[in-house]
Design a protein around this ligand. Structure first.
Ligand code: FPP
Length: 241
């Protein structure tokens, strides 16, 4: 988390009606780079810089929970060089910003089986989780080696192992990653793709969605405010009238 930004707030944004949990599918890093004649990994580097910037802004707005889709269980199909590039920028972010997370009261958690990642990244994740475990002002959830279907399967297996019939949906939700985080109120996907791509399938049952054509490295605080203003126009009914 960098220095406090001096972002001009849009007057139409109602700071009293922000989502408690915002989840972002950071798509379009590779295309952002290709468009500029750069290797795809430069896009992930720029994407990670943008992640830092947007995390900072979400924190400043006072939104308590943020989840970022950083690497999916399907992303292993990408070229090894690109996979390594993504892991390296995430590891550096966690290593470099550790003290600042603590200063700001930001707790870092991970959704996904991160034990399958390269050891240096596993170590960095374990260090940051341990270092920030008592922080309670803000929660940054990184979905890494995460897939919604895998997560549901994990929950089912845990239930079978416990050998006890689940009574309700809450009982099942408790078996999923970071179940103390409320379901995302608002999900944003950048880069123009309009699909869920196996992200938080259980938790998104009643989320509001926002899609923008902007590639992730170009997605600014201004774009986020525009998205949030859109969110604030929505009527959430949760099945009621
Ligand atoms: C889902 O699309 C999108 C993601 C898992 C996020 C993609 C972003 C990255 C891999 C890089 C983010 C990293 C940093 C450091 C900012 P998908 O490609 O898994 O699925 P699709 O094939 O349906 O589009």
């Amino acid at each position: 988390m960098g220095a406090t930004s001096k972002i001009k707030l849009n007057k139409r944004l109602d700071l009293g009606r922000l989502p408690a949990h915002i989840a972002i599918i950071m798509d379009g890093n590779g295309r952002w780079a290709t468009k500029r004649g750069l290797p795809r990994n430069m896009g992930h580097k720029a994407g990670c810089e943008n992640l830092k910037k947007i995390v900072e802004f979400i924190y400043e707005l006072g939104i308590k929970y943020a989840t970022f889709f950083t690497f999916s269980t399907e992303n292993w199909k990408r070229p090894q060089e690109e996979i390594d590039g993504i892991f390296n920028v995430v590891r550096d972010y966690l290593d470099e910003d550790g003290d600042e997370f603590v200063e700001k009261g930001a707790k870092i958690v991970v959704s996904g089986d991160y034990t399958k990642l390269p050891q240096d990244l596993v170590d960095a994740i374990n260090r940051i989780i341990e270092k920030t475990k008592n922080c309670d002002k803000f929660v940054l959830n990184l979905a890494i080696n995460y897939g919604g279907r895998d997560e549901i399967l994990m929950g089912v297996n845990k239930a079978i192992q416990a050998g006890k019939e689940l009574q309700n949906q809450q009982d099942f939700a408790k078996l999923l990653y970071n179940s103390d985080i409320p379901d995302p109120d608002f999900v944003i996907r950048t880069s123009g793709e309009m699909r869920v791509s196996n992200f938080m399938l259980w938790q998104m049952a009643y989320s509001e969605f926002y899609f923008t054509k902007v590639y992730w490295p170009s997605f600014t605080e201004k774009d986020l405010q525009k998205a949030l203003i859109d969110y604030q126009q929505r009527k959430r009914r949760f099945g009621a009238v």
